[in-house]
Design a protein around this ligand. Structure first.
Ligand code: CAA
Length: 367
């Protein structure tokens, strides 16, 4: 009798069901219920077979894990991040830190680039461990979810977030290859982290719609995700991606497709204007950054932020907004163009408006 009770109990995967079972079983043992113990056990045993899958806890999962799966449609997610640069590795870290994510494929065109992205994540997490904000076991768990390699490893993701170079053809070719040759899951959501390009155009030639999922640098820290609805993006996909952003601890803002979306349409022309102000000799680099930090309470000055984002990205966004609007107020500063040609791109090349050599940060006009 006790063994039968135990077998029946073990079949119930739903927490509420387990509770009702225990209450009824105690009532039967104390003769407070109307049915016999054997009738009750047989009923419970067979009910388990017909209980909807969504009410059952997958074997081997704890109650906490089971509760957390609901946001992402009943299972832990596999995510592929295409491009392991600053944004790609930051986005990969944000996903790997989420309990509801099982695997993060961090992919790039060369194995060593993907491995480089992994090293960036490890470096960030090591810093958090050193500061006592994360324990070593948690770091190991996050890192163990990240698998690096070429795009071809991303065969079974539920979501792809493309963070490749800000170039329309590269993005289009990348999605085409993923769709035709790599991703086997027909329900996989294709999202782009493009900072300004048309989502609709990136999806040209694909058999399914795509969506914009735009993170901000540093992706593990910044709370915003712009969720961009292209001309063909269905509403339910927008809702799913917003839910995923919430599961990552982010605050999604839905925006319609437009060059630069919301943030970059406002922020990047401001950075470009700061470069024009510097080129006009109105103030020096430190003066402009200090003025905007103290005068507007910005965490970074505009020239410092341009270096941080990457001056090549700033130029690419200005050009996209200008091409779309043909409005001269979006013309890129000639100094910005000159610096990009010289590969003075900011933090990533070690020099931009500041010189970052030897771990320092010296305005180039003070050297
Ligand atoms: N990855 C992960 N975590 C990072 C990080 C990174 N690259 N950089 C900083 N952090 C974490 C730190 O570990 C620290 O965490 P704890 O508080 O838990 O210790 C926290 O962020 C704050 O960092 P710091 O104390 O080192 O430095 P800070 O207080 O000066 O903040 C900053 C750094 C968050 C970058 C802040 O200066 C800031 O918000 N700057 C503005 C950033 C911004 O505007 N980003 C948007 C750019 S636009 C964009 O990205 C869109 C696009 O398409 C171009």
């Amino acid at each position: 009798m006790v063994l039968n009770a135990y077998i029946a109990y073990a079949r119930i995967r739903h927490v509420g069901g387990q509770l009702i079972f225990l209450i009824l079983f105690v009532k039967i043992l104390t003769n407070e219920a109307d049915i016999s113990a054997d009738e009750f056990l047989v009923t419970i045993y067979f009910t388990g077979f017909f209980m909807p899958a969504t009410m059952q806890r997958p074997t081997g999962q704890s109650r906490k894990e089971s509760a957390s799966t609901s946001v992402l449609g009943g299972k832990h997610m596999k995510v592929a991040i295409i491009g392991a640069g600053t944004m790609g590795s930051g986005i990969a870290q944000a996903f790997a830190m989420c309990d509801e994510v099982e695997t993060v494929y961090l992919c790039d065109i060369k194995e060593e680039f993907a491995q480089g992205g992994f090293s960036k994540i490890k470096k960030q997490l090591d810093k958090r461990v050193a500061k006592g904000k994360l324990d070593q076991a948690s770091e190991d768990k996050v890192l163990s979810k990240v698998k690096t390699g070429l795009n071809t490893i991303a065969t079974d993701p539920d979501l792809v977030v493309e963070a490749a170079l800000e170039n329309m053809k590269i993005k289009q070719d990348c999605f085409r290859d993923l769709q035709d040759n790599i991703v086997k899951n027909p329900d996989c959501i294709f999202a782009s982290n493009t900072s300004s390009l048309s989502i609709t155009e990136i999806g040209t030639g694909l058999s399914k719609p795509i969506i914009g999922m735009h993170f901000f640098n540093p992706a593990p820290v910044m709370k915003l995700v712009e969720v961009i609805k292209g001309a063909n993006t269905p509403d339910d996909m927008v809702e799913k991606v917003k839910n995923i952003a919430v599961a990552l601890g982010k605050s999604p803002v839905q925006v319609n497709e437009a060059a630069g979306f919301v943030v970059n349409r406002i922020l990047v022309p401001m950075i470009n204007e700061a470069i024009c102000v510097y080129a006009a000799g109105t103030s020096d680099i430190a003066g402009i950054d200090t003025a905007m930090k103290l005068g507007c309470n910005h965490p970074m000055g505009p020239l410092e932020l341009g270096d941080y984002i990457g001056l090549d990205i700033i130029l690419a966004i200005m050009d996209v907004i200008f091409d779309e609007t043909h409005d001269n107020k979006y013309a890129a500063s000639p100094l910005l163009r000159k610096m990009v040609r010289a590969k003075h791109l900011g933090v990533k090349t070690g020099i931009g408006f500041y010189d970052y050599s030897n771990g320092g940060k010296v305005p180039v006009d003070q050297k």
